[in-house]
Design a protein around this ligand. Structure first.
Ligand code: ZN
Length: 427
């Protein structure tokens, strides 16, 4: 129910009278009216008529029709999850219809779109299909020597291929998704992904298939990061040719923007002469304590300083994140760093740094303090990163929960952090 509360609050902030009002102006399935990531729209449901409006969810007493909302959205979502989990066949035509529409509408060369369409239809010559038609000698995957190489195995499930997907926006999906049908996977992505994410999904599928063919017909070593680099270079070239990179206005859709927009999820070293500060907060609500973590690394990815700060109090997640930033900045100011790049996984905090208005809330005070501390640097920039790029700080914040007092490590890495630092330094 928290979501409906949040959404009620948003609606109030935006002006309930005209925004939702009686709801007759907002089309339930088409308009962006839900504060939900990715689509901001209701994902297509058969049970909802095309011309339904938000008004249909409001009772004559002007309260939400909670019973109807639950039936329409939550139950349907659960059914869909159960369908997916049971691996039932793709029977929902409206889903596939939406998927195709998105596929053909993408800003990609036809060869890639056709290739993905073929994969969805099971028309690509993977080993299992050839074996079943008595063309191939073996149906097993040559990449992992594991099970049968179906389409979904070749493009998604093979453990080598998973290494690629784990570094993308599908990071969360790929650890849980066990789908026997590639078409189902595609439909899922088509429903939740932004346009550039869906394009990235298709480009990577295409590169994965081509690399797989190179492996079968000649020997090349599979390298997930190398594949990502080649795919993103190709994409940059494609966008360049289309004149979509290099504009100076805010509408530019350059690859670097797409990278920053979390399509590629790897911690990156700062540029020469800079240190990178990663910050994160952790809460233990039951014990009423919190922890903040800060990790400072140089251009080689080596750890310069680590700060873990425990504290007592029931902070809100946002306050805890803002406090983590302030603690990290204090650390950098005291250490005398002048060129600093800041990364955190709280979008609200990073956005607040961009704001110029005075904010009188508790976080507002912390944001003001952060801005003040940043004025000590000669150069300072900040960025939101997804959580997988912020693992080191996350780990330190968790550790802080079990420490009796603030602790820092200078020019050394505590044992429990060394694996993450080593992995990220080699990326
Ligand atoms: Zn395999």
């Amino acid at each position: 129910m928290w979501r409906s509360l949040v959404w009620g609050k948003e609606v109030l902030q935006m002006g309930m009278r005209w925004r939702v009002g009686d709801g007759t102006q907002i089309r339930l399935k088409v308009d962006k009216w839900i504060p939900q990531p990715h689509t901001f729209r209701v994902i297509s449901h058969n049970a909802i008529p095309e011309n339904a409006t938000v008004a249909d969810l409001i009772l004559p007493s002007r309260a939400w029709n909670v019973e109807l909302i639950r039936r329409l959205f939550f139950d349907q979502a659960r059914n869909r999850r159960e369908d997916a989990a049971s691996g039932s066949s793709v029977g929902n035509n409206s889903l596939s219809h939406q998927g195709w529409k998105r596929l053909w509408g993408l800003n990609l060369p036809n060869k890639i779109k056709v290739s993905l369409w073929r994969a969805c239809r099971g028309f690509i010559p993977c080993a299992d299909a050839l074996f079943k038609r008595h063309v191939g000698v073996e149906g097993r995957c040559q990449g992992c020597k594991g099970g049968a190489e179906s389409v979904v195995h070749a493009l998604w499930d093979c453990k080598r291929v998973k290494k690629v997907w784990k570094l993308t926006f599908l990071h969360d999906v790929c650890t849980v998704w066990r789908e026997r049908d590639f078409f189902y996977l595609f439909n899922h992505v088509a429903q939740v992904a932004h346009q550039n994410e869906l394009e990235w999904f298709e480009i990577l599928s295409w590169f994965i298939w081509h690399d797989r063919n190179k492996r079968v017909y000649g020997a090349t070593v599979f390298d997930a990061k190398n594949l990502l680099e080649r795919a993103s270079c190709w994409w940059e070239g494609f966008l360049n040719a289309k004149g979509m990179v290099g504009c100076h206005d805010g509408s530019r859709q350059g690859l670097s923007d797409l990278r920053e927009a979390s399509l590629i999820r790897i911690w990156r070293k700062p540029t020469n002469g800079f240190v990178k500060l990663n910050v994160d907060g952790a809460l233990d609500i039951h014990r009423g304590i919190y922890g903040t973590g800060a990790v400072v690394r140089d251009e080689r990815g080596s750890c310069v300083g680590v700060l873990a700060t425990p504290g007592t109090g029931a902070l809100s997640p946002l306050t805890c994140e803002a406090l983590a930033l302030v603690n990290g900045l204090h650390f950098c100011v005291q250490a005398g760093f002048k060129y600093v790049v800041i990364e955190g996984d709280s979008l609200a905090v990073i956005n607040a740094l961009n704001g110029s208005e005075e904010d009188l809330s508790m976080e507002g005070g912390l944001i003001d303090e952060a801005k003040f501390l940043m004025s000590f640097f000669i150069s300072c920039s900040w960025d939101f990163v997804p959580r997988v790029c912020n693992q080191a700080a996350h780990c330190v914040a968790r550790r802080a929960l079990s420490l009796p007092y603030p602790t820092f490590w200078w020019l050394m890495v505590p044992d429990w952090l060394s694996t993450i630092i080593d992995v990220e330094a080699s990326s």
